[in-house]
Design a binder for this molecule. Structure first.
Ligand code: ZN
Ligand code: ZN
Length: 172
C-alpha cells in the first residue's frame, strides 16, 4: 500500500492529509492478497511523516481446533513515523538520526513514497489471536479418526460422557 508524500514533505509541520483506503495488500511469502479497508491519516512531522491508519484487514488464520483456514476481520490501529531517505528539496540523501529510534523507523523511499505494507504485516501479526478459532463452538477434530466434526459426525462410538465434555473443553 503505497502513498506518495513528496508534496506533504514540502508542506509545513503539522500539515495533514487523509485518505480512504479500500484495496488489497500482498505480503511476501503469502499467496492470497488481503482486502484492507479504512482511513489513513498522514501528518508532517519535524523528522518526516507520521502515519496513523485505522484499518480493517481480512486475515487468514488457521483454526487451532479443526486446523482449517478461515477468514476473519482484524482491526488494526497503526501509528508509525516514516523518515525520509532523501531530502525532498535537494535530492541529497538524508543522514539517519543518531538516536536508537532510527533503527526501527520506517523509511520513505527515494521516490518519496511511503509503503504501509510492512507496518500492516507487523500490526496484523500483533492483532492475530494466539489460539485462533474459526468459531467459538468449533467442535474440532475427532480424537479417534481425525474427521473434522464441523462437517458432520463421524462413525466412532460416542464414548464421551456428556457430563465431562465441559471439562474437556476447558482443557483444550
Ligand atoms: Zn475450527
Ligand atoms: Zn471419529
Amino acid at each position: 500500500m503505497e502513498i506518495n508524500v513528496a508534496q506533504l514533505l514540502k508542506s509545513p509541520i503539522g500539515t495533514t492529509r487523509s485518505y480512504k483506503v479500500d484495496e488489497e495488500v500482498e505480503f511476501e511469502g503469502e499467496t492470497n492478497p488481503h482486502p484492507v479497508k479504512g482511513d489513513v491519516k498522514l501528518i508532517r512531522t519535524q523528522r518526516g511523516v507520521l502515519a496513523q491508519a485505522k484499518i480493517e484487514i481480512q486475515a487468514e488464520l488457521t483454526c487451532s481446533r479443526c486446523l482449517e483456514f478461515y477468514r476473519t476481520p482484524l482491526k488494526l490501529d497503526i501509528e508509525e513515523e516514516y523518515i525520509p531517505s532523501i531530502d525532498v528539496n535537494t535530492g541529497v540523501p538524508v543522514e539517519s538520526p543518531e538516536d536508537d529510534s532510527a533503527d526501527s523507523a520506517f523509511l520513505i523511499d527515494e521516490h518519496h513514497v511511503i509503503d504501509l505494507t510492512e507496518a500492516i504485516r507487523q500490526y496484523k501479526l500483533l492483532a492475530s489471536p494466539m489460539k485462533p478459532l474459526c468459531k467459538e463452538t468449533c467442535p474440532g477434530l475427532c480424537v479417534h479418526c481425525g474427521k473434522n466434526l464441523n462437517e458432520g459426525k463421524c462413525n466412532c462410538p460416542d464414548d464421551t460422557d456428556p457430563r465431562w465434555s465441559a471439562l474437556t473443553e476447558k482443557k483444550l
